[in-house]
Design a protein around this ligand. Structure first.
Ligand SMILES: NC(=O)c1ccc[n+]([C@@H]2O[C@H](COP(=O)([O-])OP(=O)(O)OC[C@H]3O[C@@H](n4cnc5c(N)ncnc54)[C@H](OP(=O)(O)O)[C@@H]3O)[C@@H](O)[C@H]2O)c1
Length: 275
């Protein structure tokens, strides 16, 4: 590693270490966040429901790790993550876990949208409220909320997921403004399509501008301290600007609906996704 790179990484660890929590760390973007944060020298609290991939990931990381097997769709799971985070000096939280029910809202069972609200909205709020005060007191830290371009307009057939992603983005932007000057950086990463198991599970066709998890993670972490919102990838920045500023709302919604029309998931899968 070059000296300049080494210095940058040490700076990141001083600013956002010594521990980071990744909520939703067992695969996809969460695992990529964990690997990059460990490479930058941070110790990790890794939260997800499945113990085996969590343990396998922890074994590969070069820094200290704690794994928390917890369902962030439940109060007990959020409490378990909170307790684990309270036991270390947490300088960074990545709110990455998500659940996306696919299909018409009127055909959903209430448990689907309740779960989406719990995992995608309630859990990030709880983690923010538990851990931001400590960071503010230390005048140092960061909070990353994973959002999606799907959340920038109505997005059938992932209408509820999209609405929760809008919540996450607006929450992060408000916190960014509230905490400006406190030493604590908040950013929302508004991603387009990313090659993850969650996306593959939905059988979505590969969209133009699809990024790798590493590209998205780099954009999100580099976005800390630079503004309220990071949109990874030039294609996604351009489509976001066109969709939100140039097109009439009904056209933007129709375009997203068209792009998402093939989304589907095996009925037995309760798994997370994204879009
Ligand atoms: N992939 C995309 O194209 C894309 C695009 C835009 C935005 N995003 C956003 O990026 C984030 C990650 O997406 P991804 O595609 O990497 O997702 P993913 O592959 O489906 O992984 C999601 C992670 O969250 C964990 N998780 C899900 N539900 C959980 C729960 N109830 N409690 C605890 N952990 C839970 C999963 O682990 P367990 O199953 O072990 O719990 C997994 O580690 C999401 O916030 C998503 O909205 C993704």
């Amino acid at each position: 590693m070059s000296r300049a790179r080494d210095r940058r990484r040490t700076g990141f660890r001083d600013r956002y270490g010594p521990w980071a929590m990744v909520a939703g760390a067992s695969e996809g973007l969460g695992a990529a966040f964990a690997m990059e944060l460990a490479a930058r020298g941070l110790n990790l609290v890794l939260v997800a429901r499945r113990p085996d991939p969590l343990a396998a990931l922890a074994a590969r990381l070069p820094t200290l790790t704690r794994t928390v097997v917890a369902d962030l769709g439940t109060d007990e799971g959020i409490e378990a993550a909170g307790v684990a985070g309270a036991g270390v000096e947490l300088g960074l939280v990545v709110a990455n876990a998500a659940y996306s029910p696919i299909g018409r809202f009127v055909d959903m069972v209430p448990d689907q949208w309740r779960r989406a609200l719990m995992v995608n909205c309630h859990a990030p709020l709880e983690l923010a409220h538990r851990f931001l005060p400590g960071m503010v007191a230390r005048c140092s830290g960061g909070f990353v909320v994973m959002s999606s371009l799907a959340g920038m307009q109505g997005s059938p057939p992932i209408t509820v997921y999209a609405a929760t992603k809008a919540f996450g983005a607006i929450l992060a932007e408000g916190l960014w403004a509230e905490l400006r000057g406190s030493g604590v950086d908040v950013v929302t990463c508004v991603a387009g399509a990313v090659e993850t198991p969650g996306l593959a599970e939905t059988k979505a066709r590969r969209a133009p501008g699809t990024l790798t998890p590493d590209q998205v993670v780099t954009a999100a972490l580099n976005g800390l301290g630079r503004g309220p919102r990071a949109i990874p990838g030039l294609t996604m920045r351009v489509s976001s600007a066109v969709m939100s500023r140039l097109l009439p709302r009904r056209t933007a919604i129709a375009l997203i609906a068209r792009a998402s029309r093939d989304l589907t998931r095996p009925p037995e899968s309760g798994g997370p996704h994204s879009g």
